[in-house]
Every structure is written in structure tokens, then in C-alpha cells.
Design a protein around this ligand. Structure first.
Ligand code: ARG
Length: 474
């Protein structure tokens, strides 16, 4: 991306075009300048970089490192840059190298020599760590909101289908019938775990490294707690080396994001199956489906397919971050620059996928009640209930299980369902069977009977629905 940027006249402070300290005599090779620069992507940190610098400038003033009036002018300069950026008039180039240098260069252009005081008592190492944490903290909050919207969409569907049945599967084989709301609520539970995982990650993103300077702290009489409080951080790093070397929070975030994508991908896979003609459990509305350029009859589930596909990116970023960090000696290493594109893309992907899936459930699909009801009627997913019927009449479970297995085999041979067998057949199998067996194996009854806590019985599901509604509306 950086390769597309225009070269820019000399950065006053850093960057390739002669801004390093007087130790340097030659400029960077142009290809290396491109290779080294992060401005092409870390410009996304501009807001946070300005926030961090404003807090730093004020702290320098408050601690008497610079005059309070100087601090105020620095803040005004930084706010002027924010305004320029809002109007599209702040466009750093390659020579600025990164967002930190770009801001400092512009500040010096605006304020003259005073601008050169901003970087007192800090380094880009603690600066970038602060920026990334501020950036990620905001995005975690946005992802949490996106999770809530997604949960609301699922819950609204679940509430509409508190009485609808759907086949339940294990090994993708028909297992036992379920209440559809129960199935959807399973994903609400996953999303709640995602939220609590993110909240946990957020606690460790919420620690301020600013003031660790390059790696060792600084002789400048700064007040780290002043900046941390101004930036709303919960705590500060206890060890300056750890402060500039820690990217655990990025890994933790990506792990949490990966699980979000795992959940979305599994749900996507179900929707894709459900939308197929073989299942036909849902129909896709025109809002979220696409056609084929060739086959006029097609309506494709592109949204869940893309979500399923995009999950791979986030898992890739997790592996990329772990690999990037694992061999790094303390403290800062340039390798860390690689954390940004991973985080930016991971966050983007997570937000996009959550939004798309929320819209899919709000507006993009409808469950086909008749198809679902017909499906649960026409299978052997009530076989366990025949065994349970006998168990309730004191037959040992394993014996009942064997008997019913034989019965199902006979039905399959004859091409009939359990409900089609005459009472004599049942009684020939075991004398405990009575006429109420037919009612006992009706799908609706079978679901209703699963009253164990957390089970699919309608009463249990209604309690789950109420709890989920309460949680979301709280
Ligand atoms: N662009 C760098 C990054 O993203 C900023 C920190 C650079 N620090 C340094 N000592 N070179 O990590």
C-alpha cells in the first residue's frame, strides 16, 4: 500500500529524507524507504496518535518539563492537525515513514521550534504501543456493540419460533427433534461468551505503556499516571521493558476474534445447508442473496459463504502474530510494525462479518415452518423416545435400546415410520407398550418432554428466551 504513496518533501524530524540525527549522511534507498514505511497503513492511528500526544504535552506542562503555555500551544497545534485531517488536508507521504513522524513534522511546520519539544521524555516505542492500545480499545467496544446487534437478530428470530420444530443432528444425521428457538439460542450463548472474552481481553489492552520511553524509562521528570489517567487507562505497565515489548494483548484479541469467526462460520455453514434444496429449511430474501451470471434459477447464499470464507483471514492473523513475536528479544523490534495490518484487518473482518450476519437474520432469511414440521414428522428421530417410554415402565435402558433398534430396522425394511406400526406390533415387541405410545412419539410431545434444565422442552426454551431478552435489554 505504501508503494502508492507520493514521495514527500523532507520530514523535519525523522523519515528517510534527511530527518534522522546528524549521525546519518545519506538518505535511504528508495526501495528501502518504501519497505520501511508504515505510513501507508498506520495513518489509521492518527486520532489515537493525536490523543496520546495531547495527553503527553499536557503532562509535560503539568510536570514543569515545559512551560504550561507551551503545552497549550502544542495542544492547539495537535488539534489543528486533527482539523486539517478532517478536511482531507493532512496527507503525509512516504518520507514521513510513519504516522508518529508525520504528526511531529507537521507540528514543527506549524509551531516552529516549539514543536520540537513534543517528543521530550518519550519514544516512538512507547508511543506506538499507546496508540495501538487506544485504537484497539475503541474497536473492542465497537465489536461488542456488533455482537449485541447480532444477538438481537438471533433472539428476534428465536422469539418468533418458540413453537417451531427443527430436526436436531449429530454427525449431520437426524438425531432428535428440537425447538428451533433452542437451536438459535445456542448461538446467542456463544456470542455471550464472545462478549465476556472480549471484556477480559479489554482489561489487558487497557494498560498504558507511555513513559516507558525507548525501553528503560527516562530521566525526564514525567508523570506516567497523569497521561494514563488522561487517556482513560485502567493501569500502567509496571516494567518499562515489558511495556514496549508486550504484544500479548494483540494475540489475545485475535484469539477472541477467531472464536467469534468460528461461531459465525459454523452458523453460516448451517444456513448454507438450510438454504439448499435438499434441506429447504430457510428461504433467502432478495436482500441478502445473489443470482448466478449463467444459471437463471439460482439464488446463492453469498453472505454466509463469505463469512465462512473470511474466517480464515482472522485465524491467519492469529498465527501470523504468534509467529512474528515468538523469537523477539527484549525490547522493541521493528517486527512489531507488522502487528498493525493484522489488527486492522482482523477488526475490520470481525465487524463486517458480524454486521452481515446480523442483517442476514434481521432481513435476509425466513424459516420455512411447513418444511421444518414435515421434516420432523418423517424420520426416526423419535426412536430414543420409544426407548425412554420403556425406561419409564422399568425396562432397563440398554434392553429397550436393543429392542427399538430392531424395530427401526424392520420399519426401514418395510418403508414405514414408527407411527405407522399397529399397536399389536408394539405389544409383540414388549408388553409394556400401550395405546399412548403414539402420542408419546409425536414430535411435538417428544420435544415438550425434554424438560431437563437447559433442554429443548418448550418451557425450558421459554425461560431461556426470557433470560436472553432480559440480558440484552438490561
Ligand atoms: N512504525 C513503527 C511501528 O509501527 C513505530 C515505532 C518505531 N520505533 C522504532 N524504534 N523504529 O512499530
Amino acid at each position: 500500500m505504501a508503494a502508492d504513496l507520493p514521495p514527500q518533501a523532507s520530514g523535519v524530524t525523522g523519515g528517510s529524507a534527511g530527518g534522522w540525527s546528524d549521525r546519518f549522511e545519506q538518505g535511504l534507498h528508495p526501495a528501502i524507504e518504501r519497505f520501511n514505511a508504515s505510513i501507508g497503513f498506520d495513518i489509521a492511528l492518527l486520532e489515537e496518535d493525536l490523543d496520546g500526544s495531547v495527553a503527553h504535552a499536557r503532562m509535560l506542562g503539568a510536570c514543569g518539563v515545559i512551560e504550561p503555555a507551551e503545552a497549550e500551544r502544542l495542544v492547539e497545534g495537535l488539534e489543528a492537525i486533527r482539523a486539517e485531517a478532517a478536511q482531507g488536508r493532512f496527507n503525509p507521504g512516504l518520507a514521513d515513514e510513519d504516522v508518529h513522524f508525520a504528526v511531529e513534522r507537521r507540528l514543527i511546520e506549524l509551531l516552529g521550534p516549539l514543536g520540537k519539544k513534543l517528543h521530550t521524555g518519550r519514544s516512538r516505542n512507547d508511543q506506538v504501543g499507546t496508540d495501538v492500545r487506544l485504537w484497539l480499545r475503541r474497536r473492542i467496544d465497537a465489536i461488542d456493540e456488533a455482537l449485541v446487534r447480532f444477538e438481537r437478530a438471533l433472539l428476534a428470530q428465536a422469539e418468533q419460533h418458540a413453537d417451531t420444530l427443527i430436526p436436531g443432528y449429530t454427525h449431520l444425521q437426524r438425531a432428535q427433534p428440537l425447538c428451533l428457538a433452542h437451536h438459535l439460542l445456542a448461538y446467542v450463548e456463544m456470542a455471550e461468551r464472545d462478549r465476556s472474552r472480549l471484556a477480559d481481553v479489554r482489561r489487558r489492552v487497557d494498560i498504558c505503556p507511555l513513559g516507558a520511553a525507548a525501553l528503560a524509562g527516562t530521566p525526564v521528570p514525567i508523570d506516567r499516571r497523569h497521561t494514563a489517567a488522561a487517556l482513560g487507562f485502567e493501569a500502567i505497565y509496571a516494567n518499562s521493558l515489558d511495556a514496549v515489548s508486550d504484544r500479548d494483548f494483540a494475540v489475545e484479541f485475535m484469539a477472541a476474534a477467531s472464536l467469534i469467526l468460528v461461531h459465525l462460520s459454523r452458523l453460516s455453514e448451517e444456513v448454507i445447508l438450510w438454504a439448499s434444496e435438499e434441506f429447504a429449511f430457510v428461504s433467502l430474501t432478495d436482500r441478502c442473496a445473489t443470482g448466478s451470471s449463467l444459471m437463471p434459477q439460482k439464488k446463492n447464499p453469498d453472505v454466509p459463504e463469505l463469512v465462512r470464507g473470511k474466517s480464515g483471514r482472522v485465524f491467519g492473523h492469529l498465527m501470523g502474530l504468534l509467529t512474528m513475536i515468538k523469537g523477539l528479544p527484549l525490547a522493541y523490534n521493528k517486527d512489531f510494525q507488522e502487528d498493525k495490518e493484522a489488527l486492522f484487518d482482523g477488526v475490520r473482518t470481525c465487524l463486517d462479518c458480524l454486521e452481515a450476519m446480523a442483517i442476514l437474520f434481521e432481513d435476509g432469511l425466513g424459516f420455512r415452518r411447513e418444511r421444518l414440521e414435515a421434516a420432523v414428522e418423517a424420520d426416526f428421530s423419535n426412536a430414543t423416545d420409544v426407548a425412554d417410554y420403556l425406561v419409564a415402565r422399568r425396562v432397563p435402558f440398554r434392553e429397550a435400546y436393543q429392542l427399538v433398534g430392531g424395530l427401526v430396522k424392520g420399519c426401514l425394511r418395510e418403508g414405514v415410520l414408527l407411527r405407522d406400526l399397529p399397536l399389536e406390533r408394539w405389544q409383540a415387541l414388549h408388553p409394556a407398550f400401550e395405546a399412548d405410545i403414539f402420542e408419546a412419539i409425536a414430535p411435538r410431545r417428544v420435544v415438550e418432554a425434554r424438560r431437563s434444565e437447559g433442554g429443548t422442552g418448550f418451557d425450558q426454551v421459554r425461560q431461556q428466551l426470557a433470560r436472553a431478552r432480559q440480558r440484552l435489554d438490561a
